[in-house]
Design a protein around this ligand. Structure first.
Ligand SMILES: CC(=O)N[C@H]1[C@@H](OP(=O)(O)OP(=O)(O)OC[C@H]2O[C@@H](n3ccc(=O)[nH]c3=O)[C@H](O)[C@@H]2O)O[C@H](CO)[C@@H](O)[C@@H]1O[C@H](C)C(=O)N[C@@H](C)C(=O)N[C@H](CCC(=O)O)C(=O)O
Ligand SMILES: Nc1ncnc2c1ncn2[C@@H]1O[C@H](COP(=O)(O)OP(=O)(O)OP(=O)(O)O)[C@@H](O)[C@H]1O
Ligand SMILES: N[C@H](CCC[C@H](N)C(=O)O)C(=O)O
Ligand SMILES: [Mg+2]
Length: 495
């Protein structure tokens, strides 16, 4: 593709050099530059791509997109905002894949991964070839690709969407993190439906305040136009959790048609009579399409919210209410989300990805309903991430668990002992005494202790890492899977 064909996607730009240069690929990382590529100098959080322009040219880049004229002999397109230009050019270069896939995006502090899996299942049962992008993996056409985060960068995202289209995928559902919204990673992507799960504390290391965090989430709804394609009949939808007060603000921001769901307040999709048991969760649904009794295999009140969100999206897709409910009722579980570990023991062991105060509170309240004995909670908090959530999670554990073992959860470059002390401050503040909690930085030893102390009727909850098959200590990623470690611990206890 010629450079000037790409530059025509922009209104504001100044070209220096050969506008007819042939472009063979796009790149944002100088380490991945291929000869003939167009290199975007992205000003980032840790580095500035302008500093790598020379390296990109020396590796054969055909041209640069920059925010200022660089003193290098190279073809340059100078733009006011490289990230914006990247979003527009990548969308065009990859053949506008989101216009074909018409993605459903899910944002919110908790429940994104779960909700995307539920939607994928509804589509699969309806015979739609669907793809998923999110924390656990990118999956389409029977293939699973590992992910390093929740929402890929602009270029990677457009490439994935393009590959999905090539592989015959018809529709896509993806998680949209607040980081991604803040950094414009989904700017070149036309969503048909935007779902909001909830907003509670997380990521304050990045956003600074809850207001800034909410503003980032709000971008998803304010950017949603009333159509997602050139065809005005193609409507857009915002599916909002009416029990979360941020939803009313998001509803005002969007041009899309709004559908609400919830349990506490009146909503378009309303659940009541929620009953939680070990085998699943039942509720009564009242909706604009009539009332139904729903029996999920998924456990927990929070999964009622996730199911309602998925149901809302399904109705926006034109899928029938009964068809969608049947799919939701079939789903056994999502990897690492309230996942039982069974090795023949006479107490329950549950691995869950709760890594925020709200997530931990919800899952502890859920397992409390399942336990006839004690709730034993093993958890930690990630290093190099929001520190302020640590004592809050300590307090929640003290309030809701009978025994607590505080341990490490991806300490990264922080001292694990210090992270644990931050959590302990919350435990102490809530009045937990040393006979109720232990501090064990070695996660394997912590899980072994919890399994060792369990009696019949107890529930051991291992929270924070869910599907993760690693533990990041310093800059090294070690193999570690809570589910496997718990199984080993149960087996050695049984011997
Ligand atoms: C702070 C943050 O979010 N950073 C993300 C951001 O990086 P950035 O654009 O600021 O890039 P940078 O590292 O400052 O570098 C600037 C530019 O220089 C380029 N560069 C850099 C070095 C070099 O040698 N050559 C070179 O060309 C880089 O490729 C980049 O284009 O954009 C990158 C691509 O999209 C992300 O990979 C990167 O995620 C980092 C690794 C990260 O840890 N992010 C976490 C906090 C995150 O985003 N998490 C959320 C999960 C939230 C949730 O699930 O709730 C997520 O969506 O994954
Ligand atoms: N709707 C919800 N409300 C509150 N907590 C939830 C909800 N759904 C799930 N959780 C809790 O949060 C954990 C994470 O769920 P899930 O992976 O679906 O969320 P996520 O938003 O994708 O998280 P991440 O931001 O890390 O990608 C679950 O293991 C569960 O404990
Ligand atoms: N998506 C979340 C995952 C946190 C999971 C936890 N295990 C940790 O590493 O802190 C984040 O990026 O904050
Ligand atoms: Mg997720």
């Amino acid at each position: 593709m010629k450079l000037n064909e790409l530059s025509q996607q922009l209104l504001l730009y100044r070209m220096i050099g050969d506008s007819a240069a042939e472009i063979g690929s796009l790149a944002v990382d100088s380490r991945k530059v291929e000869p003939g590529c167009l290199f975007f100098c992205v000003p980032g959080h840790a580095a500035d791509g302008h500093d790598y322009a020379e390296q990109a040219i020396s590796k054969g880049a055909a041209a640069l997109v920059t925010e200022r004229e660089l003193p290098i002999t190279a073809t340059q397109i100078i733009v006011p905002d490289v990230r914006q230009a990247l979003a527009l050019i990548a969308d065009y270069y990859y053949g506008r894949p989101s216009h074909k896939l018409r993605p459903i995006g899910v944002t919110g502090t908790n429940g994104k991964t779960t909700t995307t899996y539920l939607i994928e299942r509804i589509w699969a049962d309806a015979g739609v070839a669907a793809g998923v992008i999110g924390t656990i993996e990118t999956r389409y056409a029977g293939e699973s690709l590992p992910m390093s985060g929740t929402t890929p960068g602009v270029l990677e995202l457009q490439q994935i969407l393009h590959d999905m289209v090539e592989a015959g995928t018809e529709r896509c559902v993806m998680e949209v993190s607040s980081h991604a919204l803040d950094q414009g990673r989904v700017k070149g992507c036309s969503f048909r439906t935007a779902i909001f799960t909830n907003l509670t504390q997380d990521h304050l290391d990045y956003h600074g305040t809850m207001e800034a965090y909410e503003s980032a989430k709000g971008l998803f709804f304010s950017r949603l136009g009333n159509t997602y394609s050139d065809d005005p009949r193609e409507r857009t939808y915002a599916v909002l959790n009416g029990d979360d007060e941020a939803s009313a603000r998001f509803a005002k921001m969007t041009a899309a048609e709004v559908l609400t769901y919830g349990i506490e307040k009146k909503a378009d999709l309303q659940a009541s009579e929620v009953r939680i048991a070990a085998g699943g969760t039942s509720f009564k649904l009242e909706s604009f399409r009539g009332s139904r009794q729903v029996k999920l295999k998924l456990v927990g009140k929070f999964n009622v919210y996730n199911a309602l969100a998925a149901l809302g999206a399904a109705l926006c897709e034109g899928i029938g209410l009964d068809e969608a409910i049947t799919s939701l009722e079939r789903i056994g579980g999502v990897p690492g989300r309230v996942e039982p570990v069974d090795a023949g023991q006479d107490f329950a062991v549950i691995v869950d990805y709760a890594h925020t105060p709200d997530g931990l509170e919800n899952v502890l309240n859920t397992v409390k309903e399942l336990a006839t004995g004690n709730v034993i909670c093993v958890f930690g908090c990630g290093g190099d991430r929001d520190r302020t959530k640590r004592p809050i999670m300590g307090r929640i554990a003290s309030d809701l668990a009978d025994k607590i073992i505080v341990t490490s959860d991806n300490p990264r470059t922080e001292d694990p002992e210090l992270i644990i002390r931050d959590i302990e401050a919350g435990l102490k503040e809530a009045g937990a005494t040393r006979d109720r909690y232990e501090l064990e930085p070695d996660r394997r030893a912590a899980i072994e202790k919890a399994v060792e102390m369990a009696s019949p009727g107890d529930v051991v909850l291992i929270a924070g890492k869910g599907h993760e098959a690693y533990q990041i200590i310093g800059n090294v990623t070690h193999d570690f899977d809570d589910r496997l470690v718990a199984k080993e611990a149960i087996r050695s206890r049984n011997q």
